[in-house]
Design a protein around this ligand. Structure first.
Ligand code: SF4
Length: 472
């Protein structure tokens, strides 16, 4: 059946990256609009295999351009239920990446797709090929789907009409877990969908911790494990509670060892600093420790600017992803900000000092009221100095972690500029003791420290020979 397509379909194409120079078109993404949505429907409301396109097709698109793009799949079957929608939706990401010459990134209304020039030259000239291939994979890999039909939209007006309803669906899904907590259940759920590019990733989904990709909550994990226990989502018996504050469970630790092939044997679900959850690369937001203020900042995919530590989302994501447990960085799903256990082992919201305005607005209503105005955005702080000043001005609770330093007598004799800087820093954060493996590549961004700062971005360093000499 796969012969009917003008491309190869295989999991081996999953890691394929299509760069700007090699793309025929870019669909949705940060500079346009789009979404993916799966809806469970009655058997009679789904015409199996049907494909509908609203807007221009691939062959009508100009090479090198960008277009809005939405994908809606209606699924039906005796075992199909609403809780399975997110799971099937996440598989759209996987299956589109099986197609040679296609790259699908992110999820929900953050999807970002590229179709490569080479694939188009080999005959991929219609979205129908893509939709039919994905529908075939849905039915082959997810046998509970008896009927599926696809509607793709490339018309901006139509997408704008649909996108708000779609966001309501995402919101309703996210809200389902609000009344349920980790202590109320015996079983968490794991997911290995990202294992192909993050082999040591240990993805654990609990009522108080949505997946990093933001697409799978505890109910979704449960529904998927029920219909396909051998599939990529599976049950993790919680086991014994080892530490309630950080969310450490013996069952999770056992699975961590198994899933990471022995790389990790401890995961603390609600900890940022100690044995944090691994980060695959699909995370919606990355958190970063800022030693200069002993606080934590967060930056999401949509923020194109630079965080106060001088780094962009893409740089930090590159350092954090790959299924690693990186102390000082953490990938999370946006909905985790709404969890009552949000990084509770490290002070929760009282430890948060900076986030982009758009992200802050998104979760504003879910923040404790007394911290809302004390968390800086790019409008308040663009670097460490302005962040430190903002936190002092707002009397952020992080100040309690700072220690008063005695202003040394020599300061009085120092030049005016140095003196001002020293006084501004007279209450300074007591940096936490970081382990030896704390991201040696991360530059310390404090001002006035002198010396030389070298930042290597996307660098490849080749060393033919290293000679280590004993110091005489
Ligand atoms: S981030 Fe986790 S839950 Fe989401 S697809 Fe990857 S492994 Fe699955």
């Amino acid at each position: 059946m796969a012969d009917e397509f003008p491309f190869e379909i295989s999991p081996m194409f999953e890691g394929e990256r299509i760069r700007k120079e090699g793309m025929h078109v870019e669909l949705a993404g940060p500079k346009s609009k789009g979404f993916e949505l799966v809806r469970a429907a009655d058997m009679n409301d789904v015409e199996d295999g049907r494909f509908t396109l609203i807007g221009p097709d691939l062959q009508d698109m100009e090479e090198g351009s960008r277009y809005p793009f939405a994908m809606i799949y209606k699924i039906a079957g005796e075992l199909v239920e609403t809780d399975l929608e997110s799971i099937v939706e996440r598989r759209n990401h996987e299956f589109q990446n099986y197609i040679q010459g296609m790259m699908h990134l992110n999820q929900r209304d953050d999807v970002w797709i590229r179709v490569g020039k080479e694939a188009v030259s080999k005959g991929l000239n219609s979205f129908e090929h893509i939709a039919k291939a994905v529908m075939m994979l849905f039915k082959n890999e997810l046998p509970f789907i008896e009927k599926v039909e696809a509607i793709y939209i490339t018309d901006m007006d139509e997408i704008e009409k649909e996108i708000e309803n779609t966001r309501e669906v995402y919101k309703a899904r996210d809200e389902r877990t609000r009344g349920l907590h980790d202590e109320d259940v015996d079983t968490f759920y794991g997911c290995t969908l990202c294992a192909s590019f993050a082999p040591t990733n240990v993805c654990v989904v609990t009522p108080d911790r949505i997946s990093l990709c933001g697409a799978i909550n505890w109910f979704d994990g449960r529904a998927a494990a029920k219909v396909d226990p051998e599939g990529p989502q599976f049950a993790i018996p919680k086991g014994e509670l080892l530490d309630a504050e950080s969310g450490e469970y013996s069952g999770v630790n056992e699975f961590a060892k198994k899933l990471s092939s022995g790389e990790y044997d401890r995961i603390k679900l609600h900890s940022f600093m100690e044995y944090p959850h691994t980060s695959c690369g699909c995370f919606e937001v990355v958190g970063f420790y800022i030693p200069e203020v002993d606080g934590i900042g967060w930056v999401d995919r949509d923020f194109a600017g630079t965080a106060p530590n001088g780094l962009q989302f893409s740089t930090m994501a590159g350092q954090t992803g790959g299924g690693k447990q990186v102390v000082g960085f953490l990938g999370v799903g946006v909905n985790y900000f709404r969890s009552p256990k949000f990084i509770q082992a490290d002070g929760g919201w009282n430890r948060v000092v900076w986030m982009p305005k758009m992200l802050k607005d998104k979760v504003f209503q879910d923040m404790p009221e007394d911290i809302r105005e004390k968390i800086a955005t790019e409008d308040d702080a663009k670097d460490i100095d302005s962040l430190r000043n903002f936190l002092k001005e707002k009397n952020h609770p992080i100040l309690e972690r700072w220690v008063e330093e005695e202003v040394e007598e020599e300061v009085e004799e120092a030049p005016a500029k140095t003196q001002a800087a020293s006084q501004a820093g007279s209450a300074t954060p007591q940096m936490m003791q970081m382990p030896a493996n704390f991201m040696p590549s991360m530059p310390m961004m404090g001002s006035g420290s002198g010396g030389v700062r070298i930042i290597l971005k996307n660098a490849k360093v080749t060393v033919d020979k290293i000679t280590i000499l004993k110091e005489e």
